[in-house]
Design a protein around this ligand. Structure first.
Ligand SMILES: *[C@@H]1O[C@H](CO)[C@@H](O)[C@H](O)[C@H]1NC(C)=O
Ligand SMILES: *[C@@H]1O[C@H](CO)[C@@H](O)[C@H](O)[C@H]1NC(C)=O
Ligand SMILES: *[C@@H]1O[C@H](CO)[C@@H](O)[C@H](O)[C@H]1NC(C)=O
Ligand SMILES: *[C@@H]1O[C@H](CO)[C@@H](O)[C@H](O)[C@H]1NC(C)=O
Ligand SMILES: *[C@@H]1O[C@H](CO)[C@@H](O)[C@H](O)[C@H]1NC(C)=O
Length: 521
């Protein structure tokens, strides 16, 4: 009896803690940048980036300083944000999908779009999917719960180099000539091949804003997953942004990303739904140091993309929802896998009945309280069941059990980041205190009592976590076939370089209709 009273009481206490609006089917907008470093936004300290729209979002929202992505590379990171499960569970390991792959995100996984469908949500993804295409496009987003898709279904360097800057100013990057020209899909059809990068941002934001406006008009709750092609290499932008940034081509691309954010925010305001929309911005992994000054910047964090140093997996992150989320900063630990449980909470959706790796972020977002997450578990770009975790963080402490450099020039000053710094066990593990040493440069003395007691705890946590990890069957091992290169003119020769859409301007003209160019400088 007494227990019942307590649980009824705690129910009232808990529900009164939930702000009004929750459970009323707010819209969800997830803004996901590509290969953007922790130090790349002007709000996060970059001296020459021009990200005014993201800065506005940050000044009106909650800014995270210890937010993690599930993987230091694209596909696994994307699988995790959409399913709330680490890539080791979903089978999106090792590495990333390439265009001729047969595999993709397994259909038995539940994406945020699928989770929201029973509540009447409409979902769209605009931009980079990177969770497989497969035979007859059976892994495309429209087969994973999305009602609409427009974009290149993988990285835009997985195709021969496109024209990136106008007029023909080059791309500053190598691209893969073995694959077909970059295709832009609309749902499961190729609408443009090769993709025209000089108008891509306009097309992407046009698709995103018309999705927002039409759902707002019909009062349909929506989930927009805006997966920017920016700022992955090769850098590109429309004519309006070429040479617009004092930072150079990376700055031009980033400014164009920021412009797209502005278009989306304006569409939310203009359609009168901004008060009912939860917006979250972050990125898939750290900066590609391989690109040197033409790549991103991890700020004070060590190394970048492809590594389990902080620069590979800690990201800028901003949560925005007027009157619901108080503006400010938080040092609470949180991660991309926390988004699915958080979105389930704020929409009233039923979470998929599977092992999830995330925590509901409501205490951080709505109550200015510390979050539920105390630990973070780092798998490398190529997880291997025989090695397991590369690093474990618990509260302030992070131990490295394995290290490997990646996506980095071999002349980079810090040798552990370099691509030619091969994988190795770190034995005894290196231990850092990330609260006073976020740059991971002062390892804690291995003979100290602090080291011994902290390592005993971290080793235990690691063992328990690994015992509970059920590895999904690798989808990268499903094989590949050159014939799976997306092709708008099947049967053409020489395949796949001949793949092209017919020379018509129709599609481009159609898209111009639902774009607003008010923000183009
Ligand atoms: C950012 O861009 C705006 C608009 O194009 C311009 O007025 C401003 O000077 C730029 N700021 C920096 C720091 O580049
Ligand atoms: C951008 O700047 C480069 C280098 O100064 C120059 O070669 C190029 O013509 C400029 N492009 C445009 C569109 O102004
Ligand atoms: C969740 O799955 C477990 C086993 O996988 C099953 O026993 C349980 O009944 C399921 N719960 C619901 C609510 O479907
Ligand atoms: C990595 O490459 C740099 C530059 O070529 C070279 O000096 C260095 O010895 C290489 N390191 C290893 C471990 O091969
Ligand atoms: C989906 O199926 C794969 C086997 O193909 C399995 O490894 C994975 O655990 C399954 N996922 C779920 C959520 O049931």
């Amino acid at each position: 009896m007494q227990q019942k009273v307590i649980s009824v009481l705690s129910f009232f206490v808990l529900s009164s803690l939930l702000p009004q609006g929750i459970g009323n089917q707010p819209n969800i907008v997830l803004l996901f940048a590509d290969d953007l470093g922790y130090g790349d936004l002007s709000y996060y300290g970059h001296p020459t980036s021009n990200t005014t729209n993201l800065d506005t979002l940050a000044s009106q929202g909650l800014v995270f300083s210890q937010f993690y992505t599930a993987s230091p590379v694209c596909s696994p990171s994307r699988a995790a944000i959409l399913t709330g499960r680490l890539q080791t569970r979903t089978g999106v390991w090792p590495g990333v999908f390439v265009p001729p792959n047969k595999g993709g995100l397994p259909h038995n996984e539940t994406t945020i779009a699928e989770m929201l469908k029973p509540l009447g949500y409409k979902s769209a993804i605009v931009g980079k999917w990177h969770l497989g295409v497969g035979e007859n496009g059976n892994f495309l987003p429209t087969n994973h719960g999305f009602d609409y898709y427009m974009g290149i279904p993988y990285s835009h360097d997985m195709c021969p180099c496109p024209i990136c800057f106008y007029p023909n100013a080059g791309c500053l990057s190598g691209c893969d000539r073995a694959y077909s020209p970059c295709p832009i899909f609309e749902n499961d059809k190729i609408v443009q091949q090769p993709a025209d990068f000089t108008h891509m941002a306009l097309k992407y934001s046009g698709a995103a804003t018309s999705f927002i406006k039409s759902n707002a008009a019909s009062k349909t709750p929506f989930f927009l997953y805006m997966a920017f092609q920016h700022t992955h290499k090769p850098q590109f932008s429309g004519q309006e942004f070429v040479n617009s940034s004092i930072r150079g081509p990376f700055g031009d691309s980033l400014s164009e990303l920021d412009w797209q954010v502005g278009e989306i925010m304006e569409a939310l305001h203009e359609s009168g739904v901004s008060d009912d929309t939860f917006v979250f911005f972050t990125a898939d992994n750290g900066p590609s140091l391989h690109m040197g000054p033409h790549g991103g910047n991890g700020g004070l964090l060590r190394c970048g993309k492809g590594t389990t140093w902080e620069g590979g997996q800690r990201e800028a992150a901003i949560a925005w929802w007027p009157n619901m989320i108080s503006p400010g900063r938080t040092a609470s630990l949180a991660a991309t896998v926390d988004l699915l449980p958080t979105i389930a909470k704020i929409t009233g959706a039923t979470k998929p009945n599977v092992s999830l790796d995330g925590y509901d972020m409501s205490p951080i977002l709505f109550h200015s309280k510390p979050g539920l997450r105390e630990a973070y578990f780092y798998y490398p770009k190529n997880p291997d069941p025989s090695k397991g975790l590369y690093a474990v963080r618990n509260q302030q402490y992070k131990a490295h059990y394995y290290q490997e450099g990646s996506h980095c020039q071999n002349t980079y000053p810090d040798i552990v980041c370099r691509s030619n710094y091969s994988e190795r066990a770190v034995d005894p593990p290196e231990l850092y205190n990330l609260l006073n040493d976020p740059s991971e440069v002062y390892p804690i003395d291995g003979t100290s009592d602090e080291y011994k007691s902290v390592m005993a705890e971290l080793n235990k946590l690691k063992d328990e976590f690994e015992k509970g990890m059920v590895w999904g069957e690798s989808q990268m091992h499903a094989g590949s076939s050159s014939s799976l290169n997306p092709c708008a003119s099947p049967g053409c020769t020489p395949f796949p370089s001949c793949c092209k859409t017919p020379p018509t301007e129709k599609w481009r003209n159609d898209l111009w209709h639902h774009t607003t160019s008010s923000h183009i400088p």
